[in-house]
Design a protein around this ligand. Structure first.
Ligand SMILES: CC(C)(COP(=O)(O)OP(=O)(O)OC[C@H]1O[C@@H](n2cnc3c(N)ncnc32)[C@H](O)[C@@H]1OP(=O)(O)O)[C@@H](O)C(=O)NCCC(=O)NCCS
Length: 210
């Protein structure tokens, strides 16, 4: 969706930026990993397909995507934005009965970025953005049964298990956004700074930045 195409969200450890064309090569590299394909239930794509996917996500009114940057690297003028990338986070509005329900997905693709609290902060920032900009009333997460790290992370954030699919080997968790939860999330993300997104100075942009 185009809502966040010029939005940057800055947290303590991570920075979220819209997914642009120049992020695709790194993203494509990540998705060659069989481990990540399995954990995110994704099929490998060619580079051209990955470019098409980025474009379609940008224009899809039901999908919101941010790329996750490591803030320490992002602040370093000698490191490019592409070299600061460590993952992505998405919202899908795919509930036919309730347009305020969003499925949330996260990937901290760079192994060196895991276990540092990035995933947790990314989810908090994304949930707060979804509530304030898109009036999300409930978040849903679908996670592979074997992905205990992810299940633990979502549970710690307040998600509860609603179902298990033996067929898809997947658990579904959800988190209703009550007024109390809204208050808690606002507090947990009070440090978040929202800025106009501009690619890091010094980086060269090629062609359209869509
Ligand atoms: C799952 C994932 C997003 C977690 O992100 P992360 O940045 O490594 O997680 P964080 O450091 O923020 O930790 C958040 C919580 O996850 C849990 N966790 C993180 N690493 C863990 C580990 N190695 N073992 C057990 N639990 C762990 C903990 O509950 C932790 O909270 P705590 O530190 O307060 O105890 C990341 O590992 C990842 O993207 N993995 C590959 C793709 C994937 O599995 N995506 C999810 C598909 S649904």
């Amino acid at each position: 969706m185009r809502l966040n195409e010029q939005t940057l969200l800055e947290g303590h450890k991570v920075v979220l930026v819209p997914y642009k064309k120049y992020h695709v090569p790194r993203y494509h590299e990540w998705m060659k990993s069989p481990e990540l394909q399995q954990l995110t239930a994704s099929e490998p794509l060619t580079m051209d397909q990955e470019y098409e996917m980025q474009k379609s996500w940008h224009l899809d009114d039901n999908k919101l995507t941010f790329i996750v940057l490591d803030k320490v690297k992002w602040q370093d003028p000698d490191i490019s934005e592409e070299d600061s990338m460590c993952g992505d986070v998405n919202l899908f509005f795919n509930d036919a009965d309730d347009s305020s329900v969003a499925e949330i997905e996260i990937m901290i693709a760079e192994p060196s970025c895991r276990g540092k609290g990035f995933g947790k902060e990314v989810l908090l920032l994304m949930m707060q953005y979804g509530i304030s900009k898109l009036s999300v009333s409930k978040y849903v997460a679908k996670i592979g049964m074997e992905n205990q790290v992810s299940i633990k992370m979502f549970t710690k954030l307040g998600f509860s298990q609603v179902s298990i699919s033996e067929v898809f080997q997947e658990v579904t968790l959800d988190y209703s956004i009550t007024d109390e939860v809204k208050g808690q999330l606002a507090q947990q993300t009070s440090h978040m700074i929202t800025q106009q997104y501009a690619k890091t100075i010094g980086d060269v942009c090629h062609g359209s930045e869509d």
